[in-house]
Design a protein around this ligand. Structure first.
Ligand SMILES: Nc1ncnc2c1ncn2[C@@H]1O[C@H](COP(=O)(O)OP(=O)(O)OP(=O)(O)O)[C@@H](O)[C@H]1O
Ligand SMILES: [Mg+2]
Length: 259
């Protein structure tokens, strides 16, 4: 479980997060929506402990992420998979080497020892699970934007993290590819039986994958609710999201997911 309590973060005079509160339950997919610059990436980086709060706390299970350091921090970090906004693949490594990276470095999968002899097959399986079979020997520079997102998802899910965080997984993709990435997030979530946090401004994908949607605005979570209730909220930004989808949530649900 992720519990964020009264989180404040400023960069000099820029107060980005202002007493933000949020709880994410085990097993759910929460999508955090917000305009560009609202602090979505800053919030994710607090969850994974890459940024430390000015005040307030971020608890992941029993761990206070703002207070952990050194070995204790890296131990908890292993329960996270993070798909960064730009993909963050290593350009000098092949796709296969990128995907294998964590298993080679840490020899852990789902928190348990993983033998070197199993890595080749695990890479093959991870690439298959994201629809990138046979791309082991390619380099990131020869992948399309959508393929890079898939590869970075494979790099994360291969070690079966408990928590998977996605930062703008569909930005820059055409709507059809964005939809397939949305489906992939759902599939991986079910496969890992974990907890997923996605930050996005893509309302179409959000509605299709979220158990709950949160709106980050003016430094706090203004609204958090199931997709249908969220979209019925009177908040002005949510009304704009409603306009984007033509006011009818039922028409844009591609999955058979009940909302
Ligand atoms: N390391 C940093 N140093 C200084 N300011 C930062 C830093 N990281 C983020 N900010 C500022 O915090 C604010 C929120 O940034 P953030 O990247 O979280 O926005 P975002 O909601 O993820 O936007 P986008 O949708 O464009 O990715 C911005 O004003 C940004 O300039
Ligand atoms: Mg961002």
């Amino acid at each position: 479980m992720i519990r964020i309590k009264d989180l404040c973060k400023s960069f000099e005079n820029n107060n980005v997060l202002k007493n933000l509160n949020l709880e994410i339950n085990d097993g759910e997919i929460v999508v955090i929506l917000g305009k560009s610059g609202s602090g979505k990436s800053v919030l994710l980086k607090h969850i994974i402990g890459l940024l430390k709060p000015n005040s307030g706390s971020v608890f992941v299970d029993e761990h206070d992420m703002g207070k952990l350091c050194g070995r204790a921090y890296f131990k908890v970090l292993k329960s996270f998979g993070m798909i960064f906004q730009g993909g963050a693949l290593f350009d000098s490594l092949s796709v296969g080497e990128n995907i294998a990276f964590y298993l080679v470095e840490h020899k852990l999968c789902g928190g348990k020892f993983f033998p070197k002899s199993g890595i080749k097959k695990a890479v093959k399986d991870a690439l298959k699970s994201v629809g990138l079979e046979g791309t082991e020997d390619l380099y990131p520079s020869s992948l399309s934007g959508g393929m890079k997102k898939r590869a970075s998802i494979a790099r994360s899910v291969i070690y079966q993290p408990k928590y998977t965080l996605y930062d703008e997984p569909t930005t820059g993709l055409d709507p059809v590819t964005a939809m397939t990435i949305g489906n992939l997030i759902l599939e991986q979530h079910k496969r890992l039986n974990g907890t997923t946090v996605v930050v996005s401004h893509d309302i179409y994908t959000t509605i299709n994958i979220a158990d709950r949607i949160a709106l980050l605005e003016n430094g706090i979570i203004q609204v958090i609710d199931s997709p249908k209730k969220f979209m019925s909220n009177d908040n002005q930004t949510i009304r704009s999201f409603n306009k984007i989808i033509g006011g009818n949530i039922d028409n844009i649900v591609f999955n058979d997911r009940k909302i």
